[in-house]
Design a protein around this ligand. Sequence first.
Ligand code: PEP
Length: 243
Amino acid sequence: MPKLIVGNWKMNGLAAESLARVEKLAVAVENDSSNNFHMVVCPPATLLAPLGAKLKDKAIRWGGQDCHAAASGAFTGDIAAPMLKDLGCDFVILGHSERRGRHKETSADVAAKAKSAHAAGLVAIICVGELEAERDAGKHESVVGQQLSQSIPDTASPENTVIAYEPVWAIGTGKTASDDDIRQMHAFIRGKVGRMQILYGGSVKAANAREILHIDNVDGVLVGGASLKPEEFMAIASASKLT
Ligand code: PEP
């Protein structure tokens, strides 16, 4: 199965440089012969419309970085799942640790958002992951197990839900989990979610992508910082190649 390579641009990018970046990426994907990945970019909401126009006939799909649980209403500043769909999104990232941590989103909030995403026809990329202190205390599996059981709504299926395992201590820090830690956690998650795709995220870069992408039960990667550099992101995607 092709690997799923997702770029999370977070709150980065103004129109001119971002559209140039995505155009460069689209050309690189078109010229790539490895043929073993699907690519998704999740830019800030302000860029979804122009980016969608650029990518309309290209091989890269796009998504949002969050959505509200309601389909519409008096929620100033929020974005509803049908609005993302309206802009051509196929995906939405939910429960990223930056939202769980800084915006105090609970797993119940994430499940409600995922349900709304499913109703709108979006694939929910549900993020889970432990804090460093939780791993040090040997609680990583119980923390992730609880996040999974509480964040995945009953509308979820392997077709509309992707799980991203992102140890919080590895996000934006340059630290990656060891191959054994990734293998173990992905096997644990596989036992809970069956056929759903499971991504790894946390300081993935060109230099470590091949190793990570070929660990058992790693179906792709969620990439933050390195997704802002087209050559680096493309090198990560190309590392999906089988040989
Ligand atoms: C992320 O934001 O989901 C992420 C994994 O970031 P980074 O690749 O920069 O660690």
